[in-house]
Design a binder for this molecule. Sequence first.
Ligand SMILES: Cc1cc2nc3c(=O)[nH]c(=O)nc-3n(C[C@H](O)[C@H](O)[C@H](O)COP(=O)(O)O)c2cc1C
Length: 201
Amino acid sequence: MKENAHSVTRTGTLLHRIDPVIAGRWSSRAIDPDREVPAETVDLLLEAARWAPSAFNNQPWKFLVLTSRDPESLQKGRDALLPGNAWALNAPVLIYTMAYKSYRGKDRENWRRGYETGMAAVSMAFQAVHEGLVFHQMAGFSADVLKESFGISDTYDVFTAIAAGYPGREDLLDEKALAGETAERIRLDPEKIICRGSWEN
Ligand SMILES: Cc1cc2nc3c(=O)[nH]c(=O)nc-3n(C[C@H](O)[C@H](O)[C@H](O)COP(=O)(O)O)c2cc1C
């Protein structure tokens, strides 16, 4: 890790001890712009995604992978990001997550595609921790801009942009990004999200 680069993991206050990769995964914004991610390492993320579960093993996901080895394509991916995600312009890897709207080979909508593609994305996120990579998912991009510049048809959803790269310097971030970076990692209390034995709306 470079001098001043932050740790790739950051754990909040746990109520129970869980796997350190799950506990430590977080969405950092500080990415080293000068360190390429080897193609083999990007492949590990995509392999993790490929092995995600899906109903009927339908695998609706599809990924647009843009790296610094192809600067023109990466720039097109960067151009679709919204200004609030300017920190992500440092990332040498952008992955756009998509899903085929219908079941493959059938004329029937797969309404679980978002759930399934999210599982593929979090599989990548955990693999990224293993590889020492920052991995930050974003909804802040224009799907229209992306679809237009890559010729992506309406048979696909575009769900998220993911910025990935090696940890960079937090002290080079702008004020807003730095605030997000140093804020405490918090979660809702279990009572808010878990019903045991009976349902509360
Ligand atoms: C679908 C999705 C969209 C997100 N969009 C953005 C985004 O546009 N910009 C951003 O900085 N973070 C974005 N995030 C990151 C979340 O803010 C972050 O996951 C959340 O605050 C919890 O923090 P943690 O990932 O560090 O645990 C997004 C995360 C997800 C899963």
